[in-house]
Design a binder for this molecule. Structure first.
Ligand code: SF4
Length: 250
């Protein structure tokens, strides 16, 4: 079992959650997509502060299995998960301009889709909230290797009680507490998101290799656009501005 200082992984996560509840009481939420880690956060938080809002992003592209596990968890904890949806005008303007499956056209288009369906709806929902809890672990991929347990550079503050957990800690807690699992794990998925952007992984692949698997590392480095006066802008920002113009005033 992973040790965090003198504490076990579970003790450390409980301490983090209790500290977050004490500091942000009344202005704290769980944000989860119901992967194993998110279900562990939910279990720990429901035992400590059962009235904490539980939020998920209903992007409009989720697999039906995600709604199955939401139903199971709502029944288990007696909660109603808050489903956050994209702004209809923004989604409609994006799909009208670029098609439903625009994310296949390039990294900027994928980022645009994630902005419209995930980033902006979550930012709108969390405006005025002091902090949110996530199940992010440092070992999930290199981009998460330096994740802080309390990330106070983020607004709202992002709290990741499982940051130091190893996969074995996740498996042990899930088993010991008889937690339900997202049905797609049984089909070889190790990271679960939108239906068209997630697949099962092959033996030896990185945990998150099943996300946007068609993107090469070289493609991921692209995405800059130059305006007529020579300013560099990310292509996704250009696309986003165009979508917001088409969507009209909020
Ligand atoms: S994961 Fe795929 S479908 Fe979901 S918001 Fe991002 S690009 Fe769009």
């Amino acid at each position: 079992m992973t040790e965090v200082g003198a504490l076990t992984a579970v003790e450390s996560a409980r301490d983090t959650i209790n500290a977050a509840i004490a500091e942000f009481r009344g202005s704290l939420a769980v944000v989860t997509s119901f992967q194993r880690e998110g279900v562990i956060i939910l279990d720990l938080v429901m035992k400590a502060a059962p009235r904490t809002p539980v939020i998920t992003l209903d992007t409009g592209r989720l697999p039906h299995e995600t709604f199955e596990i939401i139903g199971v968890l709502e029944a288990r904890y007696g909660i109603a998960v808050e489903r956050i949806e994209p702004d209809p005008a923004e989604a409609s303007a994006m799909v009208g301009a670029h098609g439903l499956d625009l994310f296949r056209d390039g990294v900027p288009q994928r980022m645009l889709c994630c902005n419209v369906r995930k980033v902006r709806p979550l930012a709108r929902r969390l405006a005025g909230t002091a902090a949110y809890l996530t199940g992010i672990r440092r070992g999930q991929n290199t981009e998460r290797a330096d994740v802080e347990i309390f990330d106070r550079t983020a607004t709202p503050v992002r709290v990741s009680p499982l940051a130091a957990w190893a996969p074995e800690d996740v498996a042990r807690y899930t088993l010991n507490h008889n937690l339900p699992e997202h049905p797609l794990y049984a089909k070889g998925y190790t990271s679960i998101g939108c239906e068209p952007c997630t697949r099962a992984i092959e033996a030896g692949e990185d945990e998150r290799a099943g996300r946007w698997w068609w993107e090469t590392d070289a493609a991921k480095e692209c995405g800059l656009h130059f305006s007529p006066d020579g300013r560099a802008e990310r292509t996704v920002d250009v696309l986003m501005r165009d979508v917001l113009q088409k969507a009209g005033p909020a």
